[in-house]
Write a protein that binds this ligand. Sequence first.
Ligand code: NAG
Ligand code: NAG
Length: 152
Amino acid sequence: MFKSYVLTLSLLLLTLMQLNSALEFHDCGSKTGKFTQVTIEGCDTTKSECVLKRNTNVSISIDIALAEVASAVKTVVHGKVLGIEMPFPLSNPDACLNSGLKCPLEKNETYRYTATLPVLKSYPKVSVLVKWELQDQNSIDIVCVEIPARIQ
Ligand SMILES: *[C@@H]1O[C@H](CO)[C@@H](O)[C@H](O)[C@H]1NC(C)=O
Ligand SMILES: *[C@@H]1O[C@H](CO)[C@@H](O)[C@H](O)[C@H]1NC(C)=O
Protein backbone atom coordinates (compact mmCIF):
# COMPACT_ATOMS: atom_id res chain seq x y z
CA MET A 1 0.00 0.00 0.00
CA PHE A 2 2.65 2.49 1.13
CA LYS A 3 5.01 1.31 -1.60
CA SER A 4 2.53 1.94 -4.38
CA TYR A 5 1.77 5.37 -2.93
CA VAL A 6 5.47 6.26 -3.04
CA LEU A 7 5.73 4.89 -6.55
CA THR A 8 2.75 6.94 -7.74
CA LEU A 9 4.15 10.04 -6.09
CA SER A 10 7.58 9.60 -7.67
CA LEU A 11 6.04 9.02 -11.09
CA LEU A 12 3.99 12.18 -10.64
CA LEU A 13 7.06 14.19 -9.63
CA LEU A 14 9.00 12.79 -12.56
CA THR A 15 6.22 13.80 -14.94
CA LEU A 16 6.07 17.29 -13.45
CA MET A 17 9.84 17.65 -13.79
CA GLN A 18 9.67 16.61 -17.41
CA LEU A 19 6.86 19.08 -18.05
CA ASN A 20 8.99 21.81 -16.56
CA SER A 21 12.20 21.02 -18.32
CA ALA A 22 11.72 20.80 -22.07
CA LEU A 23 10.92 23.83 -24.15
CA GLU A 24 7.53 23.77 -25.82
CA PHE A 25 6.42 25.87 -28.72
CA HIS A 26 2.70 26.26 -28.25
CA ASP A 27 0.34 26.74 -31.20
CA CYS A 28 -1.64 29.91 -30.43
CA GLY A 29 -4.17 29.66 -33.24
CA SER A 30 -2.65 28.69 -36.59
CA LYS A 31 -5.46 28.77 -39.18
CA THR A 32 -4.37 28.29 -42.79
CA GLY A 33 -1.10 26.52 -42.04
CA LYS A 34 0.91 24.90 -39.31
CA PHE A 35 4.47 25.05 -38.05
CA THR A 36 6.53 21.89 -38.07
CA GLN A 37 9.77 23.16 -36.55
CA VAL A 38 10.99 26.25 -34.74
CA THR A 39 14.68 27.06 -34.29
CA ILE A 40 16.01 29.94 -32.24
CA GLU A 41 19.66 30.87 -32.22
CA GLY A 42 21.37 30.11 -28.93
CA CYS A 43 18.24 28.62 -27.41
CA ASP A 44 18.76 25.60 -25.15
CA THR A 45 15.67 23.49 -25.83
CA THR A 46 16.26 21.35 -22.73
CA LYS A 47 15.34 24.40 -20.62
CA SER A 48 11.79 25.61 -20.13
CA GLU A 49 12.55 29.08 -21.51
CA CYS A 50 14.73 30.46 -24.30
CA VAL A 51 17.24 32.96 -23.00
CA LEU A 52 17.27 36.13 -25.10
CA LYS A 53 20.32 38.24 -24.40
CA ARG A 54 19.84 41.98 -24.46
CA ASN A 55 21.68 44.01 -27.05
CA THR A 56 21.76 41.14 -29.53
CA ASN A 57 19.95 40.21 -32.71
CA VAL A 58 18.50 36.74 -32.37
CA SER A 59 17.76 34.75 -35.50
CA ILE A 60 14.70 32.57 -35.62
CA SER A 61 13.44 30.15 -38.22
CA ILE A 62 10.02 28.58 -38.53
CA ASP A 63 9.21 25.73 -40.89
CA ILE A 64 5.64 26.05 -42.10
CA ALA A 65 3.27 23.90 -44.11
CA LEU A 66 0.45 25.67 -45.91
CA ALA A 67 -3.12 24.52 -46.37
CA GLU A 68 -4.17 27.65 -48.30
CA VAL A 69 -2.48 30.04 -50.70
CA ALA A 70 -1.17 33.34 -49.30
CA SER A 71 -0.51 36.25 -51.62
CA ALA A 72 0.98 38.41 -48.85
CA VAL A 73 2.56 37.55 -45.53
CA LYS A 74 3.02 39.90 -42.61
CA THR A 75 4.97 39.24 -39.42
CA VAL A 76 3.29 40.34 -36.18
CA VAL A 77 5.18 39.83 -32.92
CA HIS A 78 3.95 40.46 -29.39
CA GLY A 79 5.55 39.91 -26.02
CA LYS A 80 3.28 38.85 -23.20
CA VAL A 81 4.49 39.83 -19.74
CA LEU A 82 2.27 39.12 -16.73
CA GLY A 83 -0.64 38.60 -19.10
CA ILE A 84 -0.21 41.94 -20.85
CA GLU A 85 0.55 41.88 -24.57
CA MET A 86 2.93 44.44 -25.99
CA PRO A 87 4.02 44.80 -29.62
CA PHE A 88 7.59 43.81 -30.44
CA PRO A 89 8.51 46.10 -33.32
CA LEU A 90 10.42 44.49 -36.20
CA SER A 91 12.45 46.40 -38.74
CA ASN A 92 11.01 44.26 -41.54
CA PRO A 93 7.40 43.19 -40.95
CA ASP A 94 6.94 42.14 -44.60
CA ALA A 95 7.62 38.39 -44.49
CA CYS A 96 7.68 38.25 -48.31
CA LEU A 97 10.91 40.29 -48.21
CA ASN A 98 14.26 38.85 -47.12
CA SER A 99 12.64 36.13 -45.01
CA GLY A 100 13.24 33.10 -47.15
CA LEU A 101 9.67 33.04 -48.45
CA LYS A 102 8.75 33.35 -52.10
CA CYS A 103 5.32 34.95 -52.32
CA PRO A 104 2.66 34.04 -53.23
CA LEU A 105 2.90 30.99 -51.00
CA GLU A 106 1.42 27.90 -52.62
CA LYS A 107 -1.09 25.54 -51.13
CA ASN A 108 0.36 22.24 -49.84
CA GLU A 109 3.89 23.61 -49.93
CA THR A 110 6.37 23.80 -47.08
CA TYR A 111 8.55 26.82 -46.44
CA ARG A 112 11.29 27.93 -44.11
CA TYR A 113 10.74 31.42 -42.77
CA THR A 114 13.66 33.23 -41.15
CA ALA A 115 13.76 36.49 -39.23
CA THR A 116 15.80 38.50 -36.80
CA LEU A 117 14.47 39.60 -33.45
CA PRO A 118 16.26 42.63 -32.04
CA VAL A 119 16.53 42.24 -28.27
CA LEU A 120 17.07 45.82 -27.21
CA LYS A 121 19.30 46.93 -24.38
CA SER A 122 16.34 48.84 -22.92
CA TYR A 123 14.15 45.74 -22.45
CA PRO A 124 13.53 44.73 -18.84
CA LYS A 125 14.95 41.42 -17.59
CA VAL A 126 11.69 39.49 -17.43
CA SER A 127 10.13 36.24 -18.51
CA VAL A 128 8.12 36.84 -21.64
CA LEU A 129 5.90 34.76 -23.84
CA VAL A 130 6.80 35.71 -27.40
CA LYS A 131 3.81 35.37 -29.69
CA TRP A 132 4.94 35.13 -33.31
CA GLU A 133 2.25 35.39 -35.98
CA LEU A 134 2.52 35.16 -39.75
CA GLN A 135 -0.64 36.65 -41.22
CA ASP A 136 -1.96 36.38 -44.76
CA GLN A 137 -3.50 39.07 -47.00
CA ASN A 138 -6.73 38.93 -44.94
CA SER A 139 -4.90 39.23 -41.59
CA ILE A 140 -5.73 35.59 -40.88
CA ASP A 141 -3.03 33.69 -39.00
CA ILE A 142 -1.18 31.30 -41.27
CA VAL A 143 0.71 30.24 -38.17
CA CYS A 144 0.86 31.47 -34.61
CA VAL A 145 3.58 30.15 -32.33
CA GLU A 146 4.27 31.00 -28.70
CA ILE A 147 7.87 30.91 -27.53
CA PRO A 148 8.51 30.92 -23.77
CA ALA A 149 11.50 33.18 -23.23
CA ARG A 150 13.44 35.10 -20.63
CA ILE A 151 15.21 38.37 -21.37
CA GLN A 152 18.61 38.52 -19.75
C1 NAG B 1 20.96 44.32 -35.06
O1 NAG B 1 20.67 44.51 -36.45
C2 NAG B 1 20.40 45.84 -36.81
C3 NAG B 1 19.97 45.84 -38.26
O2 NAG B 1 20.83 45.10 -39.06
C4 NAG B 1 21.64 46.67 -36.57
O3 NAG B 1 21.42 48.02 -36.89
C5 NAG B 1 22.02 46.58 -35.07
O4 NAG B 1 23.23 47.25 -34.84
C6 NAG B 1 22.17 45.12 -34.65
N1 NAG B 1 22.33 45.09 -33.20
C7 NAG B 1 23.26 44.37 -32.59
C8 NAG B 1 23.31 44.46 -31.12
O5 NAG B 1 24.06 43.66 -33.20
C1 NAG C 1 -3.28 19.26 -51.16
O1 NAG C 1 -3.22 18.10 -50.36
C2 NAG C 1 -4.47 17.47 -50.21
C3 NAG C 1 -4.31 16.35 -49.19
O2 NAG C 1 -3.07 15.69 -49.34
C4 NAG C 1 -4.98 17.00 -51.57
O3 NAG C 1 -6.24 16.38 -51.43
C5 NAG C 1 -5.09 18.20 -52.51
O4 NAG C 1 -5.46 17.79 -53.80
C6 NAG C 1 -3.78 18.96 -52.58
N1 NAG C 1 -3.97 20.23 -53.30
C7 NAG C 1 -3.09 20.73 -54.17
C8 NAG C 1 -3.44 22.03 -54.79
O5 NAG C 1 -2.05 20.15 -54.46
